[in-house]
Unconditional design. Structure first.
Length: 313
């Protein structure tokens, strides 16, 4: 019978067992290799890899579009701007700038919207979405137009943008609405010329008045005020003793707009018998017509806003 011998844990740990040499070698190798890996960092509290939290350009653009749909325009602009700042070489730069512009436009910050769309057109003149930029640039001007008795610079600039779409990009999805807005712009510009021309006429400044009426008939024909322009042009020229030119204006009024309330006065000037044919011309600018036009434009703006969400969903 053998005697039992007690061995302390310390001495036992130093006593090699069968296969223990290989295990020690493996442990030593791990000690050398672990400091360079994340497992070591996790076990021993070393520096951990930190996530940068950087969002991709695709994610930022998706977020911007989603925020536009949800009417969170400020956040949409922030997403778009972050994409522009962090990914200067991204293929989505153009789309981000358009998103920022639309967010400004829908929030009725038209000056800021115009700056974004103009910048887009400068940077990407050959982009597939250049029609969109022209349309919203035109609409930003359109929303800032005033009544016919006020300056119509914005109406003229809006008209220029809509004309670009209709002449250079007639198949654009925005062409239909651009055509409708172009008619409104031309009418506003024609009425403005009429208002200014009458202002000069009432003050006996017939040269200035004739210039305005001539410009109206040349640049904005068929806008519903042609008969008035012809009559006042004829009267201005008549009082300037330019009778032949005045007769041509009155003759055209009598022949083309015989249903106009002004046709009889024109016929009397040139001693002809008025024969009324055709339909009466549209009424010219007046309080009720301007009020009705304003109501239509307000409704149009509401419809445009609804269309925005349908187009970009």
């Amino acid at each position: 019978m053998h005697a039992l011998r007690w061995t302390s844990p310390a001495s036992a740990s130093l006593t090699p067992h069968r296969g223990g040499g290989s295990l020690l070698v493996l442990l030593a190798a791990l000690v050398v290799l672990l400091p360079g890996c994340s497992v070591y960092d996790y076990l021993y509290g070393g520096p951990k890899t930190q996530s940068t939290g950087r969002r991709s350009d695709q994610d930022l653009l998706r977020s911007a579009e989603a925020n536009i749909q949800s009417r969170r325009y400020d956040q949409a602009r922030k997403d778009a701007q972050q994409l522009l700042n962090q990914y200067p070489e991204s293929d989505l730069q153009a789309a981000a700038r358009l998103a920022a512009g639309r967010a400004f436009y829908l929030e009725k910050k038209y000056d800021e919207a115009k700056a974004e769309f103009q910048r887009f057109l400068e940077l990407y003149p050959q982009n597939d979405r250049v029609d969109e930029a022209h349309y919203y640039l035109g609409m930003s001007y359109f929303r800032q137009t005033d009544t016919p008795d006020r300056d119509q610079t914005f109406a003229k600039k809006a008209l220029d943008e809509f004309n670009i779409i209709l002449t250079q990009m007639p198949d654009s999805q925005f062409a239909g609405d651009a055509r409708e807005k172009r008619l409104i712009c031309r009418r506003k510009l024609a009425e403005h010329e009429m208002v200014v021309g009458q202002f000069y006429f009432d003050r006996d400044q017939y040269n200035a008045a004739a210039g305005r009426f001539t410009a109206l008939l040349t640049e904005y024909p068929d806008t519903g005020v042609d008969d008035q322009a012809l009559y006042y042009l004829g009267e201005s020229l008549w009082r300037l003793e330019q009778r032949d030119a005045a007769r041509r204006s009155f003759q055209r009024l009598v022949e083309e707009y015989s249903q106009s309330p002004l046709a009889q006065a024109a016929a009397d000037r040139i001693d002809v018998v008025l024969v009324k044919t055709g339909a009466p011309p549209p009424k010219g600018p007046g309080f009720f017509s301007r009020m009705w036009q304003g109501m239509k434009e307000s409704w149009s703006e509401f419809v445009d806003t609804v269309k925005e969400y349908k187009v970009f969903q």
